[in-house]
Write a protein that binds this ligand. Structure first.
Ligand code: AP5
Length: 227
């Protein structure tokens, strides 16, 4: 459960299909505004790597491109939200992804007197997502994200942020799994756009432009939403 001392901490949600740029933009907002990026994808991958019960249950579902059960994801997110650093405010990247998760988040925030400052939908075309995802890789040391074409490190093979030289690609970043992930997004997550519109917290950004241009649009929204 969230600490009631965190009542004024901002809560931002990034909505969007796989490859929309949620992780890329969440990390930039984290640096700019001193907030904490909470990626349920990262939390689940850590659980899989650690071999926890939740990780064992999630592994096959993630590899197939489906959604992990609401029960597991909500429990993981609730635990993480209780950590001290989240008192600074959070950017939720990849959560909620179903109406059940959105309602659970509303309940958690209500308990602690918090509210969602903005749910920001990154608007992209499905056709661009396969190119984005198939070219993606990350630094194995600090998690900084790169792309074969759209975001290369200054020095080939060396992370700009930490100097790490071990780059990784995700097991679920293949064309077949991406198709399933897009399908899951349209069937189960896209309805959240109407959910947050109904609550008056939805903002939309054209995320087809260059990374820095999208970042500028997001910064403007976050500045207003957290003022
Ligand atoms: P998760 O890790 O959340 O993956 P995802 O939603 O599929 O999103 P991605 O991380 O693939 O994309 P992104 O939007 O972060 O894009 P990125 O910034 O990396 O989830 C993985 C799995 O975990 C799910 O399939 C599911 O099984 C499970 N899961 C997670 N959360 C869950 C939940 N709440 N409920 C149930 N199951 C859950 O960008 C992609 C690439 O494009 C990068 O290389 C980047 O450099 C590049 N790029 C970014 N922006 C631009 C731009 N504007 N122009 C050009 N290139 C760009």
């Amino acid at each position: 459960m969230l600490d009631t001392a965190k009542t004024t901490a901002p809560v931002l949600i990034l909505l969007g299909p796989p490859g929309a740029g949620k992780g890329t933009q969440a990390r930039m907002l984290e640096e700019k505004f001193g907030l904490v990026q909470l990626s349920t994808g990262d939390l689940l991958r850590a659980a899989v790597a650690a071999g926890t019960e939740a990780g064992k249950a999630a592994k096959a579902v993630m590899e197939a491109g489906g959604l992990v059960s609401d029960e597991i994801v909500i429990a993981i997110l609730r635990d993480r939200l209780g950590d001290e650093d989240c008192a600074k405010g959070v950017i939720l990247d990849g959560f909620p992804r179903t109406t059940v998760q959105a309602e659970a988040l509303d309940g958690l925030l209500e308990e602690s007197g918090q509210k969602i400052n903005a749910a920001i939908s990154l608007e992209v075309e499905d056709a661009a997502m396969v190119t984005r995802i198939s070219g993606r890789y990350t630094c194995g040391s600090c998690g900084e994200g790169y792309h074969d074409t759209f975001k290369q490190p200054v020095k080939d093979g060396v992370c700009d942020k930490c100097g790490g030289t071990e780059m990784k690609r995700r097991a679920d970043d293949n064309a077949e799994t991406v198709a399933s992930r897009l399908e899951a997004y349209h069937a189960q997550t896209a309805p959240l756009i109407a959910y947050y519109q109904g609550k008056g917290s939805l903002q939309s950004v054209d995320a087809m432009g260059e990374i820095d241009r999208v970042a500028g649009a997001l910064r403007a929204i976050v500045e207003t939403a957290t003022a």
